[in-house]
Ligand binder design. Sequence first.
Ligand code: ACO
Length: 325
Amino acid sequence: MSSLKTVISGVGGYLPQTIMTNDELAKKVDTSDEWIQARTGIKQRHVAGEGEFTSHLATEAAQAALQDAGLSADDIDLIVVATTTPDLTFPSTATIVQEALGMTHGAAFDVQAVCSGFIYGVTVVDSMIKAGQAKHALLIGAETFSRILDWEDRTTCVLFGDGAGAFVLSAAGSDDNGKGKGVISSFIRSDGRHRDMLYVDGGPSRTQTVGHLRMLGNQVFRHAVTDISGAIQTCADNAGIDTTEIDWFVPHQANQRILAGVAKKLGVDADKVISTVASHANTSAASVPLAFMAAKNDGRIKRGDLIMLEAFGGGFTWGAALIGY
Ligand code: ACO
């Protein structure tokens, strides 16, 4: 077994300046602030401006995470961007970020697991660091979901927002270096049978279009609560840790009722569940690092805390990662 561990050296995030409230949205589609808040907990979302792409959001988040880590792009040897809304079909958004950061060294690639992308990314980067393939990696979740929404479909367009969040993940020895235990365990799963419940109806090979997000929300909801709860339990069991020992749960921010449903199913204190649903809405692969950053910045998450990240998304994909910060 590798003696290396993967620690979080830095955390950063970026949200586009433009905020769209529920009331503003209600002028475009037949919905209301009351309905959106009661069914989802969402009050507002950030929306990328014209000419502002996923790579721009990702680069801002990466720079903030580097600053938090006290590192520069010269120190980074791997960039992984979790996104479902890349700037282009190719090259990867990660390579666009690489260039924006002025890097001509290292490797960069994208991971596509929709809303679970950041958890998949933690698993991939952790494996690469423990295999000695990277010393300091930037893992970025970045999305401009506003670009793949059908703004006439009230059942989906009210749920999402744009943003980016990033971790600098670094290799450390097994001795305590003051940066916590690092990634203790992670668990990822997928099941392609449920594609029709959550998908985008376009793509380069099938339609030569970008397409729009389609979702059977109430059916996705049921799967999400069951699968997320199972992933958290498996991840904790694999680490030999009881869920009551976990200081903070940082979930994918799809819906406040999903967060509450998972907490209830696992018997977790709702105050330990970080929520940014109200102000960020669902930013897909960006939501977990953005929520982490919010709780770190307001002083809730501290060095030494035991943290469970978790997500569920299109595919279906889902997973969890237990990290000592
Ligand atoms: N405003 C007003 N009414 C609405 C709206 C809206 N924006 N959207 C739907 N309605 C109506 C429906 O038409 C329906 O009306 P009817 O009863 O007359 O037919 C009624 O509200 C109830 O609709 P439901 O779909 O049953 O509402 P539900 O309580 O399930 O809430 C929601 C919908 C918010 C989408 C919820 O199901 C949800 O959050 N699902 C999970 C989403 C999720 O987890 N996604 C995960 C990942 S996303 C990703 O991977 C990309």
